[in-house]
Write a protein that binds this ligand. Structure first.
Ligand code: PHE
Length: 350
């Protein structure tokens, strides 16, 4: 190997050993810098003859170009390596699933309440809201419920400290107090008409909400939902209840051949009274009678407590269980699932 070849080789080696761009620039200076070895060789040609300069100069140039090529290659290699390090540090796996934004939704019982309000709304019913902490008067007495009625016992009702006749003293056991509360407001609004002996606009209202009883198992929860319905006018009969409630059930369950049965029953605030049972003709529940509501013609004493003359005003009321309607609609077998807040259960209704 001649002197120039070994110069190229040692330059290439030194470049290869340079681990950083700064090292590489230092190595370059040793060969191509002002006092670098290639530059020194050029200077050394001063004493040579013209002929010798020609061939020696050409040979040095070849060596110089080889060194420059090695330098460029090493520069590129270092830049590539640096890029690789950077890419690795900023690595992004585009095949990973995106971070989901949790999507909220309505609780299945809320979906049912919305559905009930929509259907009764389309039949001309208002929606009323009332307090969950009630007075003895609205929850029992005004609804013709005698002092010794079992529903008033401590076993069935959550009482609150310090109640008086007018102060709230219990968690409402049903939404029926809303019959009185709403009717009283309605009568008040229409006082002038009534006093003038004019016909009063009919009362047509539903009142959904939370209710409470001392009860807890797979089909009973101490807190549950009810939806009251009330229709009072001068000429409202049990037939209207049948028509309205049949239309409601068929729409709610999207089942045109669903059948209703009015089973004689008793409530202090209605006379006569009936439990409303439904029967599906198809599907997993077909052929079974399922109780969905209590109902009846509003008792004259209750009409009187509304501030109306029972000789003139008559109507019906019903109370249904939205929790149970939700269970039937979706095939849920344990009421407690609605109140556990388990997202795996709830997300199935979105
Ligand atoms: N309030 C009754 C109950 O909770 C249901 C009902 C409402 C019955 C209206 C008749 C009329 O069982």
């Amino acid at each position: 190997m001649n002197e120039l070849d070994s110069l190229v080789e040692s330059a290439t080696q030194l470049f290869a050993q340079s681990a950083t761009p700064a090292d590489l620039e230092n190595a370059k200076a040793q060969f191509l810098g002002k006092s670098g070895r290639v530059t020194e060789l050029m200077k050394g040609m001063a004493q040579l003859s013209v002929e010798e300069k020609k061939s020696r100069g050409a040979a040095i140039n070849v060596a110089k170009q080889a060194i420059e090529a090695a330098l460029t290659a090493r520069r590129q290699a270092l830049a590539d390596a640096e890029l690789q390090v950077q890419l690795k540090a900023e690595a992004l796996d585009v095949s990973l699933p995106g971070r989901q934004r949790g999507q909220g939704g309505l609780h299945p019982v809320s979906l049912t309440l919305e559905r009930i309000e929509g259907i009764f709304g389309s039949m001309g019913f208002d929606v009323a809201q009332g307090p969950e902490i009630e007075t003895d008067w609205f929850n029992f007495t005004a609804l013709n419920t005698p002092e010794d009625h079992p529903a008033r016992s401590m076993h069935d009702t959550f009482y609150v400290e310090g109640g008086t006749d007018t102060a709230p003293n219990l968690l409402r056991t049903h939404t029926s107090p809303m019959q009185i509360r709403h009717a009283v407001q309605h009568v008040k609004k229409n006082r002038a008409l009534l006093d003038a002996g004019q016909p009063m606009p009919e009362i047509r209202v539903i009142a959904p909400g939370r209710t409470y009883r001392v009860d807890s198992d797979a089909t009973h929860s101490p807190m549950f939902h009810q939806c009251e319905g009330l229709w009072i006018g001068e000429n409202v009969s049990f037939k209207d209840l049948k028509v309205i409630f049949t239309a409601f059930c068929r729409t709610f369950f999207e089942s045109d051949d669903l059948v209703l049965r009015f089973r004689p029953s008793f409530f202090p605030f209605t006379e006569p009274s009936a439990e409303i049972d439904i029967q599906f003709q198809t599907g997993p529940l077909a052929g079974r009678w399922l109780e969905v509501a209590g109902s009846g013609q509003v008792h004259p004493n209750v009409v009187r407590n509304m501030g109306l003359d029972p000789e003139k005003y008559i109507g019906f009321a019903f109370g249904m269980g939205p929790d149970r309607l939700t269970m039937l609609r979706y095939g849920v077998n344990d009421l407690r699932l609605f109140f556990d807040g388990d997202i795996r259960f709830l997300s199935q209704f979105q």
